[in-house]
Ligand binder design. Structure first.
Ligand code: ADP
Length: 214
């Protein structure tokens, strides 16, 4: 049976940063259902055609479609050999149960972050349209030297359209509603859920990471 781990975290909690760190320490195959679905849409596959409408509306793609797609991906040689790291899956208890039938999950990493901290991280984000550097006006370490302008080239900083209060509230509530049930499901299995402090995923040492995944 294929073996792997599951990553959990609200949008913006730092899942990408954590996934990159994990890959450096453990050579697992990173399986992101969001990425897989987008790729299917781009290539115009059957899965992509079925999924597109749901994705455009920000709704979950039906379980049978996503489960079949993940099952196929983690059944491939590379994932069987090196193990996998799931990102964006499972999002429902049905998905978690289906996963248990085809793979063994060794750890579930949950990035803990308070709503207020995440709000500041997302609503404070500014970027330079010229060089792409990302700032945060609420974070001393990430604040630009001159308010509103890039340190590198002096270009005026911009805020992304979807980094607004409304979208933030929606995404947060969706995440809470979905994750609660899935984390509950895994919490019933002793020792599986490991919580990581989302305010410092960037600073997490290799040792801490090994411990969390041991
Ligand atoms: P986000 O963090 O914005 O939800 P993702 O890249 O994880 O972004 O997912 C994009 C879209 O793909 C979701 O809005 C949903 O429609 C679909 N999706 C991804 N993973 C799943 C899943 N496990 N179950 C159902 N739908 C999914």
């Amino acid at each position: 049976m294929a073996r792997g781990i599951v990553l959990f975290g609200a949008p913006g909690a730092g899942k990408g940063t954590l996934a990159d760190k994990i890959k450096k320490v453990f050579p697992v195959v990173h399986v992101s259902t969001g990425d897989l679905l987008r790729e299917n849409v781009r290539r115009g596959t059957e899965v992509g055609k079925k999924a597109k409408g749901f994705m455009d509306q920000g709704k979950l793609v039906p379980d049978d479609i996503v489960i079949a797609m993940v099952r196929e991906r983690i059944g491939k040689d590379d994932a069987r050999k090196s193990g996998f790291m799931l990102d964006g899956f499972p999002r429902t208890v049905e998905q978690a149960q289906a996963l248990d039938k085809v793979a063994r999950i060794d750890a579930v990493l949950v990035i803990d972050i308070k709503k207020e901290d995440l709000r500041k991280r997302i609503l404070g984000r500014r970027s330079c349209t010229k060089c792409g550097k990302i700032y945060n006006i609420y974070n001393e370490r990430l604040r630009p030297k001159r308010e509103g302008f890039c340190d590198n080239d002096g270009t005026k900083l911009m805020q992304r359209d979807d980094d607004n209060e409304d979208t933030f509230e929606k995404r947060w509530n969706t995440y809470l509603g979905q994750s609660e049930h899935v984390i509950d499901y895994y919490s019933k299995k002793a020792g599986l859920v490991r919580r990581l402090d989302g305010t410092r995923t960037m600073d997490l040492s290799e040792e801490e990471l090994r411990k969390a995944l041991s």
